[in-house]
Design a protein around this ligand. Sequence first.
Ligand SMILES: [Zn+2]
Length: 455
Amino acid sequence: MDRITINTLLIHNAILLPCDPDPCALIPNGYVFARDEHIVVIGAGNAPENFRNEARETIDARGNIVVPGFINAHTHLFQTFLRGLADDKPLLHWLAAAIWPGAIAMTEEDFYLAALIGFVENLKCGATSVLSQHYIQTSLGNMDGVAQAAHKSGVRARLARGYADRDPYHPRLQESPETTVCETARLVKQWNSSSRIRVEFGPLIPWGCRADALQNVARLAREWDVGVHIHLSETRAEVEMTRKETGMPPLRWLHSLGVLDERWQLVHCVWLEDAEMDLIAQAGSAIVHCPVSNMYLASGTPRVLEWRKRKIPVALATDGPGSNNSQDMLEVLKFTACLQKVETLDAMALLPEDVLEMAYRGGATAMGLRDQIGRLAPGAFADMVIVNLQRPHIAPVYSPQSALVYNANGNDVDTVIVGGEILVRAGRTVNINEANLIADCQRAAEKMWARAGIR
Ligand SMILES: [Zn+2]
């Protein structure tokens, strides 16, 4: 299943932002040399002759910045077919009005195409690692399509196999705990020997998941060495649902089940109590912050500064194309900083280095790839992005770090490399015909809207 990338690659004349360990330290003019899947060396000044001679591919990155590939730690790519269908609604109405009826009308082929265009969008916006939680299991082949799409795109993917196994979650979208375990096992066996793809558990939300099944999932995740990815306390209404049912807010309920550990990625966490944050810090779990989605669905403003005070790893993400509606991680960097500024009325609440630290260190930790992604350093995966700073909306550049967080957007991404393989060059995908893919998706989505009765 592994992709063959026997390659040597040199990028030189570049501004480098290695994020290792200081998220903001720059090398104003330097080089990176990668062999096969990994970075061999990075340095300042001109590349030594032996690397120049050995490089099969050389990129002159003058005027551009080379950064580690972005890590989009939470999305649902089937929602590319549902973008814009339920704007301006809160979460529970948004699910009922568009996401459920649309998703139920999608075919296995639709899920493949929707995921593929989503992975392409992620790559073109500079995300080299993407976690997509897929929770529409209307057919057992749906998840295979998502995995095939990830493989075709070349992205480093974490595929959380989402499930709900009880009311009040939509009855057609529930499955039995036995099916969840059996299907996740099948996919783990099929994909997890690859260096690019890892399938993991994705219990959707506490209010749709049985306690005993969650405990089994936590045990199997440890045994199989995979992660557990769950939405948590996204809206006040959901917190009240769990409180009514269990007498506890959602995180306290998970803690009472004894399931939390460093494998767990807790998405949103908008409505956590202080004591719940302490429990997350003790468990070593990560939080995934999706600021655009929290604003879009009017879910609320998470207390990111409180998480950071407790040293909880915080990753950043777009969330699905149904609640964002884009997959642009550069846009997420800006919103992450701005949302906390407006919440705290403190312009220094989050600085570019804080945002980059979350995007890279937090993202790598949440993905279970600490030290292997999110940094330009010998031994790390050669997952790199070249961003063009010579653009009218960016230049002149006083601080490249600030330009990256506050000015650049996904359209400024020039080159994207995953595991030493160039997947985007001059802003275009190398292996995928984008025009054909867009036409295929438009045709399939129109048929799906007709089947779903969406006009
Ligand atoms: Zn989500």
